[in-house]
Design a binder for this molecule. Structure first.
Ligand code: NA7
Length: 554
């Protein structure tokens, strides 16, 4: 292991000779929230670490998703890193739910504050990563042929970073502007005013785009295959008094988040549904519907998440809200999900989303009843109608959890391909390691608690745990870490069990790794740790305390 030089620049990070293999102790792939924090911790340990990213700057999700209306659904002040008091003191969020540009600025602020930029390499697309048993090192090849090698590789690829445009015939024929929301153009302003625009997809992204562009465009047609349950965000600016209050309450805020199932500031109602009257429930639900953030989802009676009748009653309460906000009853009914109850899929939070359908130039097309058949030169053709558009926006989601890993040719012991091992769904131990892939840390990814919670606290938990593990390895002279097959099998079995009986189990959404646009992913997979963030952190701590049980250390 190599210590940082006096100037804080890693000797081995300097540009290598043409054809040479750039050597590091550790390589982090990705410079989003996870990669930034992992890189910081590795440098703190004194390792020679570098972070690679395809993008031209840090930020991950917040670098790419520049579509109109992109913003948090978690409270801004609950989303920042908690590890540095200085960062908490120096950064002030302007809104309770910040928009993408501000969040990107936040990540950049953290990167510069921690002096990480010089350890990051942008415009670097990792094409392959191979484990070399003889050297006990990973070898990476970037697009263009550059080669790097490291003892440890940290996948900080994000769970929603492999964007999936729809598989619709004729997509390349369209002569207007068309893009997936993740790849919203950064080099020019997309002209929307007065234009005919189509949005395909009504997940959290589609909802944010639709509500934002509806008042601006000339004509908007939304192609909805299945509706989601949406509820109001109630965003507002943070006043000076609120700012002062937030800044003096960090320990209470993070303390509360540490206790809740999903590391949000919103916890369940500590009372059984069965001990309440309908009047009491309605009063509570009305109150929550009027409050900001995810309380409308999480601050509920526990039975609403697990039992059919309480969930049906709550879903009906929300359905009535939709009926009350959409003028045309037929459109309102189309916007009410029938195939899953409230909370079974990610609940998009919205600002006047439903009211957008009351605008005379906005139309909702039920793409289940009249499916899109093809994209033409001038627009979209369904089984019933032809539409002309200037712009088509694909808000069609991601190949969640495993997609970003599948897109890199990752080969472990004996050339085993990770994409092959994961072809029927991810297989991990602790959501951090994969048997057959030594010294590869899969951070905040499949089968961890990350996506089942407010990301940053879970990211911090994962990264802190990985840091401790690497430090432990360094102290003991351990150069090879591999999850055992038995521990991995048990973890996967536990993950599967936790899905049973939950509302998520049957939902066709990214929560179950479902994606109709990816071969083999049009089935439900077990991709998340659902037993809650506190249980996840406890399990990680337990494994560490027991000398990293379940790992083979060499
Ligand atoms: P989502 O939530 O996966 O939503 C994707 C949407 O795109 C969803 O409504 C899909 O309908 C629709 N879709 C996908 N393919 C097609 C085709 N071929 N035709 C019509 N409609 C299609 O992704 P988001 O980007 O909205 O959100 C991802 C997360 O990012 C979000 O939850 C936040 O946490 C951040 P379907 O429901 O599959 O019928």
């Amino acid at each position: 292991m190599r210590r940082r030089s006096e100037q804080g620049v890693c000797a081995m990070s300097e540009p290598s000779q043409p054809g040479a293999v750039e050597q590091h102790d550790a390589i982090v792939i990705g410079t989003g929230m996870t990669g930034v924090y992992m890189l910081h911790r590795l440098l703190e340990l004194g390792l020679d670490a570098t972070a690679l990213d395809t993008a031209e700057g840090p930020g991950g999700t917040w670098y790419w998703n520049r579509y109109p209306g992109a913003r948090f659904d978690s409270e801004s002040w609950s989303y920042g890193y908690s590890f540095s008091k200085e960062i908490l003191d120096e950064w002030s969020w302007s809104e309770h739910f910040a928009a993408q540009p501000e969040t990107l600025r936040y990540v950049e602020f953290v990167v510069d504050k921690l002096g990480l930029r010089e350890h990051m390499q942008f415009g670097c697309k990792v094409e392959s990563a191979r484990w070399h048993e003889d050297e006990q090192r990973w070898h990476l090849v970037l697009e263009g042929g550059r080669r790097l090698s490291a003892r440890f590789v940290f996948g900080a690829l994000g769970v929603l970073s492999a964007a999936t445009p729809p598989r619709i015939e004729g997509r390349d024929d369209f002569e207007g502007e068309a893009f997936h929301t993740y790849y919203w153009p950064k080099d020019h302003e997309v002209e929307l005013e007065g234009r005919k625009v189509a949005v395909i997809g009504t997940g959290a992204t589609g909802v944010q785009v639709i509500q934002t562009i509806a008042p601006v465009v000339g004509e908007l047609v939304v192609f909805q295959r299945r509706p989601n349950w949406c509820a109001p965000l109630h965003n507002s600016p943070i006043t000076d008094e609120e700012q002062a209050e937030i800044k003096s309450s960090w320990s209470e805020i993070f303390g509360r988040m540490a206790e809740t199932h999903g590391s949000f500031v919103h916890g369940v109602i500590p009372k059984s549904y069965h001990e309440t009257t309908r009047e009491e429930r309605l009063a509570t639900w009305e109150e929550n519907y009027a409050k900001p953030g995810f309380g409308v989802w999480f601050t509920n009676y526990p039975e609403v998440f697990f039992e059919a009748e309480p969930n049906r009653e709550y879903s009906e309460f929300i359905a009535d809200k939709i009926r009350g906000r959409v003028n045309d009853p037929e459109t309102a009914e189309k916007l009410i999900p029938r195939d899953h109850g409230f909370g079974g899929q990610r609940v998009p939070l919205e600002t006047h989303y439903y009211e957008a359908y009351n605008l005379p130039h906005v139309r909702l097309v039920d793409a289940s009843a009249t499916p899109i058949e093809r994209i033409t030169k001038t627009g979209i053709e369904t089984t019933e109608e032809r539409f002309d558009f200037d712009v088509i926006i694909y808000a069609t989601g991601f190949d969640s959890f495993t997609g970003a890993y599948d897109r890199i040719d990752i080969r472990g012991v004996d050339g085993l391909r990770l994409a092959d091992k994961w072809k029927d769904g991810p297989v991990t131990y602790l959501g951090t390691h994969v048997s057959g892939f030594p010294n590869l840390f899969v951070l905040a990814g499949p089968q961890s608690a990350s996506a089942a919670s407010n990301f940053p606290p879970s990211i911090e938990a994962c990264v802190d745990w990985a840091t401790r593990f690497v430090a432990f390895a360094a102290e003991r002279g351990v150069s090879r870490i591999e999850a055992s097959e038995a521990a991995e099998a048990q973890w996967v079995a536990d993950i599967e069990t936790a899905y049973e009986g939950t509302m998520f189990a049957k939902a066709k959404s990214w929560f179950t790794g479902y994606n109709s646009n990816v071969d083999g992913h049009d089935k439900l997979r077990h991709v998340m740790f659902l037993a809650g963030a506190p249980a996840y952190r406890a399990r990680l701590a337990e494994v560490a305390e027991h000398g990293y049980e379940g790992f083979e250390l060499g």
